[in-house]
Design a protein around this ligand. Sequence first.
Ligand code: 5GP
Length: 129
Amino acid sequence: MASEKDAALAAVPNDNPTIFDKIIKKEIPSTVVYEDEKVLAFRDINPQAPIHIIIIPKVRDGLTGLSKAEERHVEILGSLLYVAKVIAKQEGLEDGYRIVINDGPSGCQSVYHIHVHLLGGRQMNWPPG
Ligand code: 5GP
């Protein structure tokens, strides 16, 4: 199986529908841990920590990645981070956790629908890989 880095380098940054659209429409299964009218969060299929959750806006609105953010996205960007905090509490990550947003090929982004990674349940290291 290709590594996440290989997948990121192979991914073409564009505005095409992604696998996350199918997850939002429930056309493919996922383990949803949080949902409201604007945000969906589900467990990562290839977890990098005991708890690894992906948090996404249900409507992408041009936000293929953080580098495409415009002023109109400020509210949803804030919601993604706030939901990350809510889920971290829900998951019992009292001692801390890590939030990651990969952007573009060099940032190791493989799915071009902005998403926040919530990672926890083990000691994180620094610097990241
Ligand atoms: P990125 O590399 O773009 O920052 O993160 C994309 C994440 O989506 C990866 O961690 C990958 O494992 C996850 N992912 C990709 N396809 C699926 C899927 O079909 N279901 C779930 N639950 N996660 C996925």
